[in-house]
Design a protein around this ligand. Structure first.
Ligand SMILES: *[C@@H]1O[C@H](CO)[C@@H](O)[C@H](O)[C@H]1NC(C)=O
Ligand SMILES: *[C@@H]1O[C@H](CO)[C@@H](O)[C@H](O)[C@H]1NC(C)=O
Ligand SMILES: *[C@@H]1O[C@H](CO)[C@@H](O)[C@H](O)[C@H]1NC(C)=O
Length: 579
């Protein structure tokens, strides 16, 4: 987006510059010079100026037609504009309009090379539900999300298998909302993509001769030994340095690598990647028994999975891991991973290794890893605390390290209930039920619940005092409550149903307060602070719309429908009528 904006700005500045140059030259020589490209943009509809291309005569006419005029805008800005002499139309440079009206535009090339200038009010997109919301199926529109590529994700931890957030704290923390979204997006993608293509390279008993060859230095060893845990199966015992598994065949661009490892002293496994396009460049991603989350050593990315001596499974998206490393390292650049393939695996150290395989994706594994993270990290009160201080409104509102979020609780429930149905693992449902407890605890007691003018219950994404009433986080928490209400038939799920119902009633009552007449408000913090309202930027505005559209498939609520419709129109610049 930024890149395009810059290009538009530069183009427009050049056009204006060319025009001024032309004007000044023309006024000196009193003779029409070259026709400038500005003309094509000034060309207007049936009543506008007529532009012809028949040499000096036409250029002269153009010159007389387009005159410089200053625009004085609300007494605040004075900018050079263009006036047409035949009809006194005034043309204002778009780079001014763009900032003034918060819109964006760019010159685009249509098929056949024709240039058009295109402008949109919103840079965001509405996802219309393809079917009714279903607690067992894809979560909302999240199959479109790729959480780990976001800037706010520092990297995916090799130790925990879930993203580490750099939001609000550069060194990183586990942010439950991000982890839930990671899980929900992969769960949703799994339902569309299905089981991945898997090529087993070596599983101790089975060695894929078609796919790999080994290069083992004379002072290193690779043995196939019976597994301590399962005496029926063999595993690899690695000892030494620079053991290489050469990949003989191109791996279909399958860049998900998985292996199991039990470290004896230390161990590292490096995937060496090569791109078709830049045939000489090799990229290295290492998984090592170090404790550090991520380390960059001159273009070489190292992920630490820790020194634990238990068996563990790693499933890694090499493209993401490589890109994250490059982003953190000094060379901030996008690596084209589309035509990359893995050419070799190098191993160092002393460890048991098993089940080395390449896969086309691992959405189900990632969803499960995320759900397991919630099971393993749930606190006695059922919460998943956020371990950073958070300041809002320049410090007027704050949350102290260890706060909870209704959005984290809700999205965790949405993930856990789905995984519970998918796997029939009772731990997930128990975890989801326990996560409900905080919905009864008020913000002032380090919970997530507040009320609007002592009447309408509200679940807070940021449980500040005074309350903020963040809209999108609240609605996400409602989807969580809805999912839990259908996940069992006991009293806890009945309680979730009751909370959901109360929440929908509050939303129905308060939704109009979030309408600014030309956009939506992100929250209602201004009521408590007496500050300016906090307008939602377009991607949050479209999130509000998406949420209302999906919620309406459950509720069939006329207010949700009409509000969504009006809010969609705001994305094209429409405004609510005034008196
Ligand atoms: C305007 O919106 C359309 C549809 O989403 C998109 O294809 C186009 O790139 C947008 N143009 C600009 C300048 O943002
Ligand atoms: C791994 O252990 C060996 C033997 O203890 C040691 O020589 C080597 O430096 C270690 N490697 C790493 C990367 O720690
Ligand atoms: C709850 O009970 C209803 C009605 O008997 C049944 O249709 C539904 O499948 C049950 N739900 C669960 C999660 O057991």
């Amino acid at each position: 987006m930024k890149f395009y904006l810059k290009r538009v700005l530069v183009t427009i500045c050049l056009l204006i510059f060319a025009w001024i140059l032309w004007q000044s030259l023309a006024s000196q020589t009193k003779r029409p010079l070259i026709a400038t490209p500005t003309r094509s943009h000034l060309k207007s509809g049936p009543n506008g100026p007529e532009v012809r291309h028949d040499g000096a005569e036409a250029s002269k006419r153009d010159l007389e037609l387009y005159q410089k005029i200053y625009c004085l805008i609300n007494e605040d800005h004075e900018i050079p504009c263009v006036k047409t002499s035949n009809d006194n139309s005034v043309y204002i440079p778009f780079n001014f309009i763009e900032k003034y009206f918060e819109i964006s535009g760019k010159i685009v090339h249509r098929k056949g090379g024709k240039e058009v200038f295109e402008w949109n009010h919103s840079y965001s997109k509405v996802y219309f539900p393809k079917q009714s919301y279903d607690s067992g199926l894809a979560f909302l529109w999240f199959d479109n999300y790729n959480v780990e590529v976001r800037d706010r994700v520092r990297c995916v931890s090799a130790k925990a298998g879930v993203p580490i957030s750099s939001q609000w704290q550069a060194r990183g923390h586990f942010y439950p909302i991000q982890i839930a979204q990671f899980g929900l997006s992969h769960f949703s993608k799994f339902l569309t993509v299905g089981q991945p293509r898997v090529v087993s390279l070596d599983s101790g008993d089975f060695f894929n001769r078609k796919a790999v060859t080994y290069l083992i230095p004379s002072d290193a060893s690779l043995k196939r030994v019976l597994s301590e845990d399962n005496q029926q199966q063999k595993v690899l015992l690695i000892n030494g340095r620079d053991l290489v598994i050469k990949i003989k065949r191109k791996s279909n661009n399958d860049l998900t690598l998985a292996f199991d490892v039990k470290v004896l002293t230390n161990f590292s496994l490096t995937a060496v990647l090569k791109s078709d396009a830049h045939s000489s460049a090799e990229y290295r991603v290492t998984y090592s028994s170090i404790d550090k989350d991520i380390e960059i050593i001159s273009n070489h990315v190292i992920y630490g999975f820790g020194g634990s001596s238990n068996w563990r499974s790693l499933t890694r998206d090499l493209a993401i891991d490589l890109q994250k490393g490059v982003n953190i390292g000094s060379k901030k650049s996008a690596i084209k991973t589309r035509n990359m393939h893995i050419i070799r695996i190098e191993m160092n150290g002393n460890a048991f290794v098993d089940n080395i395989r390449l896969m086309s994706s691992a959405h189900e594994t990632y969803a499960k890893t995320a759900a397991d993270w919630f099971v393993d990290n749930q606190e006695p009160n059922g919460g998943f605390s956020i371990k950073v201080d958070r300041k809002l409104s320049n410090g007027a509102l704050w949350l102290r390290n260890g706060w909870y979020s209704a959005m984290a609780q809700g999205q965790a429930i949405s993930l856990l209930t789905r995984m519970s149905r998918h796997t029939a693992d009772h731990r997930y449902l128990e975890c989801a039920k326990k996560a409900l407890q905080l919905f009864y605890v008020d913000s002032k007691d380090n919970g997530i619940r507040t009320k609007f003018i002592d009447q309408y219950v509200w679940f807070e994404e940021y449980p500040t005092i005074p309350s903020t009433y963040v809209l999108n986080g609240f609605i996400y928490s409602l989807f969580g409550l809805y999912d839990l209400s259908l996940a069992c038939n006991d009293t806890i799920c009945a309680k979730a149903a009751q909370l959901y119902r109360q929440g929908v009633q509050s939303l129905h009552k308060l939704l109009p307060l979030f309408d600014s007449g030309f956009g939506s408000l992100y929250d209602l913090r201004h009521l408590g602070l007496g500050s300016a309202p906090n307008r939602a930027r377009w991607d949050y505005h479209s999130t509000h719309i998406n949420q209302l559209l999906f919620l309406n498939t459950i509720e069939n609520n006329l207010l949700f429908q009409t509000t969504a419709k009006r809010w969609i129109s705001y994305m094209k610049g429409y405004r609510a009528p005034h008196n």
